[in-house]
Ligand binder design. Sequence first.
Ligand SMILES: [Zn+2]
Length: 317
Amino acid sequence: MIKQRTIQKSVQTSGVGLHNGEKVTMTLKPAEVDQGIVFRRVDQKKNHEVKISPDAVKDTKMCSAIGEDTSRVATVEHLMSALSATGIDNIIIELNGSEVPIMDGSSIPFIYLIQTAQIKEQDAPKKFVLINDVIEVKDKDKWARFEPYEGFKVDFTIDFPHPVFDESTNKVVLDFYDESYITEISRARTFGFMQEVEYLRANGLARGGSLDNAIVLDEYKIINTDGLRYNDEFVRHKILDAVGDLYMLGYSIIGNFKAYKSGHELNNKLLLALLSNKQSWSLTTLDSKDPKTSNLATRYINSKSGILNQSMAGVYQ
Ligand SMILES: [Zn+2]
């Protein structure tokens, strides 16, 4: 039986918010079985907690933000991505501000943090969302779709009218039961365009953005002097974001996520469409002794992404 997971002990880190530019301290704490992923604002007295769910997402402009007013937390997607990759079901995330720190713009600092806290298996079956039918959402030429699949696969394509992007680096397909999230995705950083920075800052966004936490592009090229971490880092970061956005379900997905130019807004719309089509999915558990789910359970146990203890081995060498 695949079990639910939390962390063994509390861990803390601090940094600045990408958008509000403010310093914030974040503490990850263990949580009970079935408690889920809970964000808690410790700088507020009232209405300061939000449990993640697709409905908890209130803003998708340049990041995924949950809650409102005193419970609002922005830029949750990179931390959510790390929680998805490490299979954490139950955790409390305390913040003394309204935004998760951006760290280096990727999810690897959060993977390290979770590894420091150590993963703890809990005495209850882990629940998965099994995709039974195709669900699709569209916005002009952009689209995002779930299809049934025996595993967790992501197939993502981007297209930006900019000389740095070309067809050879615009698409990545990964089956996370066969390939490692940590080596393939976790180091991909967020990116932005110089031309948009002034507009974003005038609107209270990107105030903490710098070359230390983002890839920045001018009209023709990448400004960061140390270049890219992957030659297709942009699409890999969009996958990092999508893995985090999809984990707003609170459950790992068994299915194939396909997307063309999708972002936080469309990723969230896909989850809402899924939840409102009750015949298109079901909750399941995985047990290697149950003939119906034994294949998937074995693949999950052996996967490089699903089990942190195994997948971390390659990172620290
Ligand atoms: Zn991102």
